[in-house]
Design a protein around this ligand. Structure first.
Ligand code: HEC
Length: 135
């Protein structure tokens, strides 16, 4: 009897350890999938032009009323971008891995992420000076 319960406890501990290991593995995988692969901003800029993204999204990803969403500054997460480019849901053409390899897309993502946000209009003197102010 004593032996059986020791065996049961050992089995239960093994099961808990296995479960923890699996959860840890799944978490690690999620983090890895969400992080963008390393990319080169200069190559990314060239790719953004070469693959024609700029035609609809603007040269600095500013977006274009009616033809392309705003992609920068602050691009959507890598998982969104990498999934959308492969399987767009609206008017955007799709880019398969064969046409646009993931490494080139990672460079594009690095470029989009590097684009700084513009100043707030309140920090641009001429806009402050010329806006109509109540008398
Ligand atoms: C012919 C025009 C066109 C081209 C070329 C194009 N896009 Fe788009 N893209 C769109 C439009 C329009 C949308 C808005 C959703 C839609 O209609 O598909 C969009 C949406 C996106 C989105 C989703 C944005 C979000 O906030 O969810 C991403 C990411 C994106 N484009 C990336 C790219 C990249 C990278 C390239 C180049 C490899 C590219 N697009 C080329 C038109 C274009």
């Amino acid at each position: 009897m004593q032996r059986t319960s020791t065996k049961l406890v050992t089995l239960a501990l093994a099961a808990v350890a296995a479960a923890l290991f699996t959860v840890h593995g799944a978490l690690a995988q999620t983090t890895a999938a969400a992080a963008p692969p390393p990319g080169d901003t200069a190559r990314g800029k060239a790719n953004f032009l070469r693959y024609g993204c700029y035609e609809c999204h603007g040269t600095v990803g500013q977006g274009n009323y009616g033809s392309g969403a705003k992609l920068a500054p602050h691009p959507p997460p890598w998982t969104t971008v990498s999934a959308y480019v492969r399987k767009p849901a609206g008017n955007m053409p799709s880019f398969s891995e064969k046409i646009l390899p993931t490494s080139d897309l990672a460079d594009i993502y690095a470029y989009l992420s590097s684009i700084p946000a513009g100043k707030a209009y309140t920090q641009i003197p001429i806009l402050n000076a010329t806006t109509m102010k109540p008398k």
